[in-house]
Write a protein that binds this ligand. Structure first.
Ligand code: GLC
Length: 420
């Protein structure tokens, strides 16, 4: 195991640039990504606390003046990536994309601080304030009616880009005429394992519309072509608000606004529970439709630690039927679903970050099952390598190799015990 631990560390160090880390060392993702950076920081925290904080600080250096933390920061401007910095045409101190990603930062920060001795409290306070500003941005602009639930305005904001969750809302979008762009991703990875061209046409159409509106957050909630309340994103945000509240209290910082909002969220998110299906469902606000796709991300609700024990128990029972008969779980989409695809990106394969999130949620609710999830996940990576995603039946690896968050979360799953 020691060998594997060292290999995981090597993956991270091999992908490290000045103050941040690439998701992988090939040219598939040549920039810094928001939630990747969070997971990466956690991985570093097991062997190099400085690198962990470098990762977080660099990400926050890209924060916009209004508080948004972008989903991509383009440190290197000369890459073949599409859409690159000039296509997005925005950013503050660092060129960036104009959208965000699941806000894992507060969760990661709490995990790191809980197990570290911190000398410079002022520096930590300043990080916490920036994360708070980010949460305030989400509350203000992604939930302008103060409902307790935030919207995502582009599928890329979810982090599970081509999930069938978005098929309904994306089908309703009219693709812009004469779109001109060149994808780079499907030259690096087998196109059978990547999103389809029609998906990209829609992503680019939505992105162009956001740019036309100068990424004005006040306008976009109403006018975006895509507006979805996603259980996964909201569960992460609820958990992040709980962890942020804890940090605000610990460091004697103002907490009222966050506290109020999270109480509202906790009540409101329960309304997304579908009693008949015994699972949570998403809501397409733009088209006023429920989204009932059986996505593993609906179980991120376990991570949010709802107080409602009976709902928690019910969804654990549904989760146990997701794809636990396969050799490896969890499939990103339940295999009996009509639009499930065994090899295609977020439409079927196992992703290590999803397993990690669910494992965190299960730990204090079903210890036995949590340990099974943990061991299976470690086993999958040990046998098949630090890849981006995996086949549920064979374990066959797909996508990028030397994938940073796979290495990071593998490290965390193995080494966390020391601190528990
Ligand atoms: C893809 C994934 C996203 C990830 C990014 C970088 O876009 O869908 O979740 O953050 O790659 O790894």
């Amino acid at each position: 195991m020691l060998n594997k631990i060292n290999q995981a560390k090597k993956v991270l160090l091999g992908n490290r640039k000045k103050g941040y880390t690439l998701p992988t060392n090939n040219n598939l993702y040549p920039a810094q990504w928001n939630w990747d950076s969070g997971f990466i920081a956690l991985g570093y925290s097991h062997f190099n606390l400085k690198y962990a904080f470098d990762e977080i600080n660099t990400l926050l250096r890209g924060q916009w003046k209004d508080g948004m933390v972008p989903h991509i920061l383009f440190h290197d401007l000369k890459t073949n990536y599409y859409p690159n910095h000039s296509v997005w045409n925005c950013g503050n101190k660092i060129k960036s994309s104009g959208i965000t990603q699941p806000p894992v930062l507060a969760i990661i920060l709490k995990k790191i601080l809980d197990k570290s001795i911190i000398k410079d409290k002022e520096k930590i306070k300043s990080i916490i304030q920036k994360v708070k500003k980010y949460h305030q941005w989400l509350m203000k602009y992604r939930d302008p009616k103060n409902s307790g639930l935030v919207s995502i305005l582009h599928p890329w904001e979810s982090g599970y880009d081509n999930s069938p969750l978005w098929d309904g809302p994306l089908n309703a979008i009219k693709i812009e005429k004469n779109l001109k762009y060149k994808r780079g991703d499907n030259k690096v990875v087998n196109p059978d394992f990547r999103p389809l061209d029609i998906d990209y046409d829609r992503y680019v159409t939505i992105k162009n519309h956001l740019r036309k509106n100068k990424y004005n957050p006040k306008k976009l909630y109403e006018t975006s072509m895509f507006n979805v309340v996603d259980v996964g994103f909201n569960s992460i945000f609820l958990k992040a608000n709980k962890d942020l509240l804890y940090l605000l209290e610990k460091f004697n910082l103002k907490k009222k606004e966050i506290q109020k909002y999270l109480i509202k969220s906790e009540n409101k998110i329960e309304k997304l529970y579908d009693k008949k299906r015994k699972s949570f469902i998403n809501y397409d606000l733009k088209n006023n439709k429920k989204i009932t796709v059986p996505s593993i991300t609906n179980y991120f609700i376990l991570f949010a630690d709802l107080k409602n024990k009976s709902i928690n128990n019910e969804i654990i029972q549904t989760l146990k039927k997701h794809n636990t008969k396969d050799n490896f779980f969890f499939s990103s989409i339940k295999p009996n679903y009509t639009r499930y695809e065994e090899k295609r990106y977020w439409r079927g394969p196992v992703w290590i970050n999803c397993n990690w999130i669910i494992y965190q949620g299960l730990k204090d609710k079903d210890k036995k099952f949590a340990q099974i999830v943990r061991n299976k996940t470690i086993d999958l990576v040990k046998k098949n390598g630090f890849y981006e995603y995996f086949n549920t039946k064979t374990g066959k690896a797909y996508g990028a190799k030397n994938f940073s968050w796979t290495a990071s979360l593998f490290l965390d799953l193995i080494l966390e015990k020391k601190y528990n």
